[in-house]
Design a protein around this ligand. Structure first.
Ligand SMILES: Cc1ncc(COP(=O)(O)O)c(C=O)c1O
Length: 426
């Protein structure tokens, strides 16, 4: 075949580059990237990492910083998990890949645990998928369920369930929860937002960022709506069982009969078992939905490292989990009590005492600063990195993670910095 002379190739490339180029990114990704570029000022969509990174830089310069921005309960991965990973490392590293749905042994353990704790039988063969963290499960779910234009009702403040919805070209319809009624999930308010396009309701229980634990009545009300309007419910329970004052924890699966095959329960090893670096999460749901998620996994990540999945199995031993959870609750409840006593009385602040989780959401709107400005002030003045509420649809608030071993010290430093700000006046 005759080849084109080099000069004409160069000329045609030149003329093409002079033409207006088509946008590179897909619209929904472009919109996200634009927001991301302005994040240092606006705090949306993920100001938490901006503040954490600023804290890291200050630390590298020698400043003492306490990290309370990212929602980390602890980084101490249980010995049993590390030992199991080490013991199997050589064999797993050289063995076969796990199936797309996840390592059978881990899937069985996840289903046994679920049945043991919540009384609902789950078939490990087709009703569970292991993912790289629960965030990936949430992305897969939206990619598998949402058609362009489908509506998803998301109560806010909220963890960012809306981003995977938008990436799937769905539309998030926000339901603003009220601090005045303790962020009650009132089904009558949900019902008003339902249209023909509504496909899914997202729930987070225990709730990030408020620390609220949903009651059985609230869940029952939403389960009834799901049945009445044939809606899916995504129940993010990554903080499951981390509840204070002996209150009961009810997962949505208690209403499986009402919701039928429309419930997807999502959980994680990151929070409950201090395994943030394993990046392991999972979804439990009806076979048709799990199959859809498996398709996305097959043609994106092709599955999760089997050696990490193998290492995670001992975490799900019931005796181990019960002991581990009790210790976690005791530590976090103490931190919560300290924070509530220390910050609760400060002029200009208001907050709801968390009922669970490691999270505390404080209303600082009376200071007239954006939540990003407030977090930057706390970082400078107190040496504590906190998360800006704006990242969780809670502008005017600051979210403090109480998982740090220096949590009480962090709260003292925050309190002093706030008193200083108050004394300075408007
Ligand atoms: C409510 C909620 N869901 C999901 C995640 C994602 O966690 P991971 O992907 O580590 O499981 C987080 C992390 O902070 C969270 O708070």
């Amino acid at each position: 075949m005759p080849t084109k002379p080099l000069r004409s190739v160069v000329a045609s490339v030149e003329s093409r580059t002079k033409m207006r180029r088509r946008p590179v990114l897909a619209k929904q990704v472009e919109a996200l990237a634009r927001k991301y570029a302005a994040m240092e000022t606006t705090g949306e969509p993920f100001g938490t990492v901006v503040i954490a990174e600023m804290g890291q830089k200050l630390k590298e310069k020698g400043k003492d910083i306490i990290f309370c921005a990212e929602s980390i309960i602890s980084t101490r991965t249980p010995d049993a998990v590390i030992e199991e990973t080490q013991r199997n490392l050589r064999e797993m590293a050289q063995g076969q890949e796990a199936p797309f749905l996840g390592l059978p042994e881990l899937r069985r353990s996840i289903c046994d645990r679920f049945q043991g704790l919540y009384g609902e039988r789950v078939d490990w063969r087709d009703e569970v998928i292991v993912t790289s963290g629960s965030m990936q499960a949430e992305y897969y779910l939206m990619a598998a369920l949402i058609n362009p234009g489908d509506e998803v009702i998301t109560p806010v403040p909220s963890f960012f369930f809306d981003i995977p919805v938008r990436l799937a070209r769905g539309r998030c319809v926000y339901l603003r929860l009220q601090a005045s009624d303790n962020y009650l999930h009132d089904e009558r308010r949900f019902e008003k937002l339902i249209t023909k396009k509504t496909k899914l309701i997202t729930l987070c229980n225990p709730h990030n960022p408020t620390g609220r634990v949903l009651t059985s009545e609230e869940l029952a009300g939403i389960a009834e709506l799901a049945a009445k309007y044939d809606l899916f419910v995504m129940h993010d329970q990554v903080y499951e069982r981390i509840v204070f004052d002996g209150r009961p924890y009810t997962p949505m699966v208690k209403f499986a009969r009402e919701i039928g095959d429309r419930l997807i329960s999502i959980s994680s090893f990151s929070k409950l078992f201090n395994m943030i670096n394993y990046r392991l999460g999972y979804a439990i749901g009806p076979p048709e939905v799990i199959r859809g998620m498996e398709m996305i996994q097959a043609f994106s990540s092709m599955g999760i490292p089997s050696l990490l999945q193998k290492g995670a199995v001992p975490a799900l031993n019931r005796d181990f989990e019960d002991k581990h959870i009790l210790a976690t609750i005791a530590r976090l409840q103490k931190a919560r009590d300290y924070a509530a006593a220390r910050l609760g009385g400060l002029e200009g602040l208001s907050m709801m005492k968390p009922e669970g989780t490691n999270l505390l959401l404080v209303d600082v709107s009376s200071f007239g600063m954006t939540s990003m400005e407030f977090c930057k002030y706390l970082l400078r003045e107190a040496g504590v990195a906190c998360a800006p509420g704006v990242a969780y649809h809670a502008e005017g608030h600051v979210r403090i993670s109480m998982g740090s071993e220096r949590s009480e010290e962090a709260i003292d430093k925050i309190a002093t910095a706030i008193q200083k700000l108050k004394a300075r006046g408007p």
